[in-house]
Ligand binder design. Structure first.
Ligand SMILES: *Cc1c(COP(=O)(O)O)cnc(C)c1O
Length: 431
């Protein structure tokens, strides 16, 4: 499509947007009385209006039923998590039995590593991406040390080539082959949090398996953002947080995928707790652990229902719309944002933006990470003061993620206008 950098054109795209009514389903913060342009749905999604109803329902059931709520609440608490299996299985491409919701992301990845990282003196290495999200790096280091290995030896990072921002698939595959029969686990962020690069999970998973390793994915930036086929790709496990693209609220529950092929493999260890125990016998308080047949068998504790309720509200919105429509809008919206950035760069001397996210649509999703060569942190601060919420990453990058659920094409146009002003204003502190 030939884009134009005008308000009229942007409004035209909004008028044709099949998801436009969903914008009103979200609550936008305001700056100087004006609704913000929100680019950080990749960090904390906006609050859907319907979420409050879901939380209130639990609060009311708790008030009116107290302990009886476990079995007699509107949505009984003791198996509240089972409501996620069907809708989430569509969002991430799994079977309902492969999905559970529990804990938080890093905790779930640790639990998955308890199962899928069983190093031996020969096969003990983990392949991950260079500059993985810090929580993942700490997790790898602590897991490796816990098993008595040396992180410097056991953790193998796939590097970017000199002068390149993204990791090449061929380099991932070459590294897997090189580590070969020393490789125990491949665990990578499916969408890189910094650059927005989307990895070819299908190909990498197959390569990891060929080397005899397990393959898992951290889907923090992928769930609710890209098309996933976890079951068909044969992914062993995956986990994601729900508060980024999935709009479930700060620090809320994490989703977890365990492939069917592992559900009944009793050779794989796991950390157990009573909520992973055979559902119908859970309250018999027997000493022998008999896991639920499915991802729910990795559950440990009583469910955090007040954290699950907002996620359920969100998952139901995703089910109404479906990933295909979200992805269609995401691609158009992100391309329009890319166009706007290039326009501003052309118009304004010294803008010098470099989009470090791949330009190829198969390798990117919602996010554009922009290296501000000609600008610094003051431009970011100017944007924030003027109602454009982005985030800053050292050394000089802003990340822009126009979430298709609630961002409009006019937002992208308006952002371009604010951006231009921000670059032209010499002393940004005066504005
Ligand atoms: C956001 C994010 C996390 C956050 O982990 P929590 O345990 O939810 O705090 C982990 N990994 C990646 C790749 C992320 O982007």
């Amino acid at each position: 499509m030939d884009f134009e950098n005008t308000r009229e054109f942007a409004r035209g795209l909004d008028a044709k947007d099949a998801l436009r009514s969903y914008r009103d389903e979200f609550i936008f913060p305001k700056v100087d009385g004006k609704q913000v342009i929100y680019f950080v749905g990749n960090s904390l999604g906006l609050q859907p209006k319907r979420t409050k109803t879901y939380v209130d329902e639990v609060m009311n059931d708790w008030a009116n039923l107290a302990v009886e709520g476990h079995f007699y609440a509107e949505k009984p608490w003791w198996d509240y998590h089972e409501r996620f299996a069907a809708p989430l299985s569509k969002i991430v491409g799994g079977l309902p039995s492969e999905i559970t919701v529990m804990n938080t992301l890093t905790v779930n990845l640790h639990l998955m590593m308890v199962t899928f990282y069983q190093p031996t003196s020969k096969r003990y290495k983990i392949i991950c991406e260079e500059k993985a999200f810090p929580s993942d790096q700490y997790m790898f280091q602590s897991q490796v040390k816990f098993h008595g290995y040396d992180p410097k030896d056991a953790i193998v990072e796939i590097k970017r080539r000199e002068g390149e921002h993204n990791i090449r698939l061929e380099d991932v595959l070459a590294k897997i082959e090189e580590v070969g029969d020393e490789l125990a686990l491949v665990l990578i962020g499916g969408v890189n949090y910094y650059t927005g690069q989307v990895f070819d999970m299908k190909t990498i998973t197959a390569a990891g398996h060929k080397a005899g390793a397990f393959v898992g994915w951290d889907l923090a930036h992928a769930a609710g953002n890209i098309k996933l086929e976890l079951h068909d790709w044969g992914v062993d496990f995956a986990a994601w947080c729900s508060y980024k693209y999935m709009n479930s609220g700060p620090g809320n529950a994490s989703g977890c995928f365990v492939h069917e092929k592992h559900h009944q493999n009793s050779d794989l260890p796991r950390f157990a707790g009573w909520y992973g125990h055979n559902k119908v016998r859970r309250f018999k308080m027997e000493p022998q652990f008999d896991p639920v047949n499915g991802a729910d068998g990795w559950q440990i504790s009583n469910l955090p229902v007040l954290s699950l309720a907002p996620y359920l509200a969100s998952v139901e919105m995703f089910s109404e719309v479906g990933m295909d429509k979200l992805i269609e809008k995401r691609n158009l919206l992100t391309s329009y944002l890319e166009f706007i950035l290039h326009e501003v760069d052309k118009e304004i001397e010294g803008a010098e933006f470099e989009i470090i996210t791949p330009s190829n649509q198969d390798e990117r999703a919602c996010q554009l990470s922009v290296f501000l060569h000609g600008q610094g942190r003051t431009l970011f601060e100017y944007l924030m003061k003027n109602g454009v919420i982005t985030d800053w990453r050292e050394p000089n990058v802003i990340r822009l993620a126009p979430a298709p659920f609630y961002c409009s094409f006019e937002d992208m146009y308006e952002f371009g206008q604010v951006l231009k002003k921000g670059i032209l204003v010499k002393d940004k502190s005066l504005v």
